[in-house]
Design a protein around this ligand. Structure first.
Ligand code: OAD
Length: 227
């Protein structure tokens, strides 16, 4: 079976009502990364960090997958589809995608602040005083700026093995995630879905699909299934 790797970002969930980061009105216009999404912020004011991610979790719980998430599930009829997502929501899983790798963590999980192996499903708010089984404060299961991205090696292998790559809804501004493109063997087709092409870096072997994910992805999937 031909392999398609999908690199998704906040834009694929935008039509589900989840805020993106760098668009006009995006989260990083309202909040400073240094104040909510770094180990330093956690050390200085954990309450503020918890509040920010509690809000993100509530937004995800209210959201539903959109036609872009569902179309990627249909793609599995004919292709081996590996999704590599920068998103911390669970909309790919809820739509029914079989293989989803989260690069930046998962908002519906909490983890121990002392032992990264202690991870728990978590749907409510995380509050100061919520502890892991060893007695340490719980934090969101999110990769913060300045932290390692443990899933990168696995993700790089997946891109290397892919016959085609589909990039959807990401500004390609955050490293190391954006460097995954470099693992794509030269000459293999890359599809890009993003309504704002001008803001993105140049990409070789590119098939650009204009429009929002909710329309462009179902159209692309239809085309690929009909090949
Ligand atoms: P960004 O917010 O940086 O970029 C979202 C991209 O989606 C932009 O390029 C938009 O043009 C595009 N977009 C908006 N609406 C869309 C739609 N309906 N369909 C398709 N594309 C659309 O989000 P990411 O690239 O995912 O990390 O950001 C990467 C990382 O930065 C996130 O994982 C997060 C953030 O800081 C952490 O928090 C560690």
């Amino acid at each position: 079976m031909e392999k398609i790797a999908v690199l998704s970002g906040a834009g694929i969930s935008a039509e589900s009502g989840i805020s993106t980061f760098r668009d006009k009105g995006g989260l990083w216009e309202q909040y400073s990364i240094e104040e909510v999404a770094t180990p330093g912020a956690w050390a200085r004011h954990p309450e503020q960090v918890l509040r920010f991610y509690n809000e993100r979790r509530r937004q995800v719980l209210q959201a539903k997958p959109n036609p872009a998430h569902y179309a990627l599930v249909k793609l599995e009829k004919k292709f081996e589809v590996q999704i590599i997502t920068q998103n911390v929501d669970d909309l790919h899983e809820r739509a029914g995608s079989g293989k989803v790798l989260h690069l930046h963590g998962e908002i519906l999980k909490a983890r121990s602040s002392s032992d990264p192996q202690l991870i728990y499903p978590w749907r409510g708010d995380i509050r100061p005083g919520d502890l892991c089984e060893r007695g340490s404060q719980l934090r969101p299961h999110i990769v913060w700026f300045g932290e390692e991205v443990p899933a990168m090696e696995e993700a790089a292998k997946m891109v290397q093995a892919a016959d085609r790559l589909l990039i959807v809804g990401t500004s390609l501004q955050v490293y190391p995630a954006a460097s995954l493109l470099r693992y794509m063997p030269p000459g293999r087709p890359v599809f890009l879905v993003n309504p704002d092409r001008e803001s993105l870096p140049p990409i070789p072997y590119l098939h650009y699909l204009p429009g929002k994910a909710g329309k462009a992805i179902p159209a692309l999937v239809k085309q690929l299934l009909a090949e």
